[in-house]
Design a binder for this molecule. Structure first.
Ligand code: EPU
Length: 430
């Protein structure tokens, strides 16, 4: 079993460069299925979710070549199936984007229900309702596979989302890009990766307007040409390092970012007493100047505070004197990791969507990452805890954070990956 082993007590100083955005990459790579020519995608993060989605495309016949660590060449033309039901599909959440992409290309799709991080029920009813309004018939087969078929035309439609949903906004966008006529998505999500997907599709010749607002209009086109496209920086990875710098009372420069995407995170850190300076493509977080104070926070769809930074900020708030109240308004059940922080001595009680955090000291303990961002929260807690913490379940963390050990080491953290035990029964490091 692999673990991260972290010895706490070191402030983070120095610079970290943020990788391409996971939640943009996992939509843009399947979006290439819609293209009529090969594409080159740059600034791809080096994470296992990308490896999985590339494997899925290969299994469907695409020619996928890794040019270097962060660049993929994808020729989607050899894909000759609309069926994606293999193990890799069930291993990640974002495989649901294949439904929209395959419907857009073949007007049919048969895709296994997605896996991914578990924070209670993760319905896809809004995705399916959108496809249905566009002329598809959806069927759940054996509770495990969605088949969307069309007889006659697959066409644009006016779709009002009942809930602001990132996945359904992007999936309907994919399905609509080549559908006949105009699709209007109302109450659309506005996350930076939605704008990035629209920019990618438009660069290939799609006609999408309004991405980044709550009304997106897509007029179907017949042909999409090949492009070279670079993915935006990862807002959540940046927010994670910013929270870690604050938790350790350090000072770091986070490079290769878009400051506008970080506004809610920077504002919350400033409210706590950190200094946050913004540059064109960098942000400096300085938590060395004064004691930090408690804050309340509520997660919301963009441009609100992102739910994907909630666990990291709860870990940070355990280090701050006083009572902070966190309200998770996006997911029903995103506090499973709290028990792990409590094992480290954190004083947190959860009441429905609220977490009430009393600041205090943390002590090292064996803990596990219960999901991707929960794992990031464990690293942050371990960086400030007294003693050496071992974190299991790190496969979750590696799903979404590029080179996390080397990036934290470069900031001065005492963190390593341990393969435990090896065949001799002794822990080894890498
Ligand atoms: N929802 C529905 N019906 C649907 C879709 C969503 O009721 O058909 C509800 C969900 O239950 C949830 C809310 O709407 O309460 C928002 O869900 P959304 O569809 O926005 O989430 P998602 O697309 O499944 C993506 C990210 C998540 C991130 C959320 C919210 C990907 C692959 N995943 O999930 O990222 O938490 O948006 O911003 O893009 C992560 O990166 O750690 C992660 C979990």
């Amino acid at each position: 079993m692999e673990r991260f082993v972290v010895t706490g007590g070191k402030r983070l100083f120095g610079e970290v460069s943020v990788s391409g955005a996971k939640n943009a990459a996992v939509a843009i790579i399947p979006a290439v299925v819609l293209c009529d020519e090969p594409c080159r995608i740059e600034n791809i993060p080096n994470i296992s979710d990308v490896t999985l989605i590339a494997t899925i495309l290969r299994e469907m016949g695409a020619d996928v070549r890794r040019v270097d660590r962060n660049t993929l060449d994808i020729d989607p033309r050899p894909i000759n199936t609309y069926v994606a039901t293999g193990e890799a599909v069930r291993g990640m959440r974002a495989s649901y984007y294949l439904l929209g992409a395959l419907l857009g290309r073949f007007h049919n799709a048969k895709v296994a229900l997605p896996g991914g991080c578990n924070f209670g029920v993760r319905p896809i009813d809004q995705h399916l309702r959108g496809f249905q309004l566009m002329g598809a018939h959806n069927e759940l087969i054996n509770g495990a596979i969605i088949e969307s078929t069309t007889e006659g035309s697959f066409h644009g439609a006016r779709i009002y989302l009942d809930t602001v949903s990132v996945g359904s906004t992007m999936n309907i966008m994919l399905a609509a890009v080549k559908a006949e006529g105009q699709t209007i998505i109302e109450n659309a999500a506005k996350e930076p990766h939605i704008v990035d997907l629209a920019n990618f599709l438009n660069s290939m010749g799609a006609n999408i307007r309004g991405a980044g607002t709550d009304v997106i209009k897509i007029r179907g086109v017949e042909y999409l040409h090949g492009v070279t496209y670079s993915i935006i920086p990862d807002q959540i990875e940046a927010g994670t390092y910013m929270a870690a710098a604050a938790a350790t009372r350090g000072k770091i420069t986070v490079r290769n970012i878009t400051p506008k995407h970080l506004e809610s995170i920077s504002a919350k850190l400033r409210e706590m007493g950190c200094e946050v300076e913004e540059y064109d493509e960098a942000v400096v977080v300085d938590a060395t100047r004064r004691p930090l104070n408690r804050v309340n926070l509520k997660t919301m769809p963009h441009p609100g505070f992102p739910t994907d930074c909630q666990p990291q900020f709860v870990a940070l708030l355990t280090t701050v004197k006083g009572t902070s109240i966190v309200n998770e308004s996006v997911w029903d059940n995103r506090y499973q990791y709290v028990n792990e922080l409590v094992r480290m001595g954190a004083n947190i009680s959860v009441e429905g969507r609220l977490a009430i955090v009393e600041g205090g000291a943390l002590t090292a303990a064996p803990v596990k990452a219960t999901d991707l961002r929960a794992g990031a929260a464990m690293i942050i807690a371990a960086l400030v805890a007294d003693g050496t913490t071992s974190i299991s379940g790190i496969n979750y963390i590696e799903r979404g954070y590029s080179d996390v050990v080397t990036k934290f080491q470069a900031l001065g953290a005492d963190i390593k990956k341990i393969y435990y035990p090896d065949h001799s029964g002794v822990a080894t490091t890498a």
